[in-house]
Design a protein around this ligand. Structure first.
Ligand code: PTJ
Length: 249
């Protein structure tokens, strides 16, 4: 698929644009081998959600924004898919919060880390955002995890009190929660382990959440109590209800 497929007049423009961004990122060596599989799973859930921000997801995004604004040391963790799909938006959110971002990938190789750091640093310069981009020289380890995915910055992920982790893997999410951090998850699958482990889970598409956060954070919402199981159940109810409606008859 080439650039022409991402024509704004196409009814599936957003979806095609996201696929195109992944293709471009893959060419630059930024993505994990399974990035497209992960994206396809997300797309399937998005279809079932009606490719929209459902009300409970918007409430979750408000709850997440409030926690990011109130945090002492907020941070945004970025992986390959996130940088590809919403790298610019994530840098804008970090600039609003005056917090760092940290590249923290599941399938870590020096080549991928370099490609991701180069891309994000280029974006940050281009947009003149002055965001601290961590990940190059991890000097800490997330307790309870083994191997390269445990690596992180002591002054970044290790020191944070609130962390935004879009598309996180379940184990790492659990490890971060065990460290006492508030973990704000973005995941289209309300049944995923990360979705269930998170302190606040936004069951919504990453780039839609990112734009909602950019709109909500400047309003500085107050932190209110959040029951994550209620949020997850309403996302699941939405999916089940939409499938139960008479669609074809
Ligand atoms: O860059 P790396 O090495 O850190 O690897 C990143 C991926 C995403 C490949 C890796 O973390 C992975 O394999 O993830 P999983 O376990 O497949 O989980 C991805 C989750 O994200 C699934 O539950 C998908 O439904 C969800 N998802 C995929 N695309 C989106 C999404 N959620 C929100 N927005 C999306 N665009």
């Amino acid at each position: 698929m080439g650039k022409h497929a991402a024509d704004p007049s196409h009814p599936r423009y957003r979806s095609l644009l996201m696929r195109y961004r992944l293709e471009e990122a893959a060419e630059k060596g930024m993505l994990a081998g399974s990035a497209m599989i992960a994206h396809g799973r997300g797309e399937a859930f998005d279809y079932l959600l009606g490719e929209q921000t459902i009300p409970s997801a918007y409430e979750a995004t408000k709850a997440a924004a409030a926690r990011l604004v109130a945090a002492k040391n907020p941070i945004i963790s970025l992986n390959g898919n996130v940088v590809a799909l919403a790298g610019e938006e994530m840098l804008r959110i970090a600039a609003l919060l005056k917090c760092p971002v940290e590249i923290n990938i599941f399938y870590r190789t020096p080549e991928r880390m370099k490609a991701l750091l180069d891309h994000l640093n280029g974006l940050s310069d281009e947009l003149n955002l002055n965001v601290e981009i961590l990940g190059a020289s991890p000097d800490g380890k997330i307790p309870g995890l083994e191997g390269p995915r445990a690596k992180c910055h002591a002054a970044g992920i290790l020191a944070c009190d609130v962390i935004l982790v879009p598309l996180e893997d379940g184990d790492r999410c659990e490890a971060l929660v065990s460290m006492g951090k508030q973990v704000l998850v973005i995941d289209l699958n309300p049944l995923s382990r990360s979705a269930k482990m998170g302190s606040v889970t936004m069951v919504d598409e990453l780039s839609r959440v990112a734009n909602n956060l950019i709109e909500i954070i400047p309003k500085q919402p107050d932190v209110e109590e959040w029951n994550n199981n209620v949020g997850l159940q309403s996302a699941l109810d939405h999916i089940v209800k939409s499938m139960g409606n008479n669609i074809f008859l």
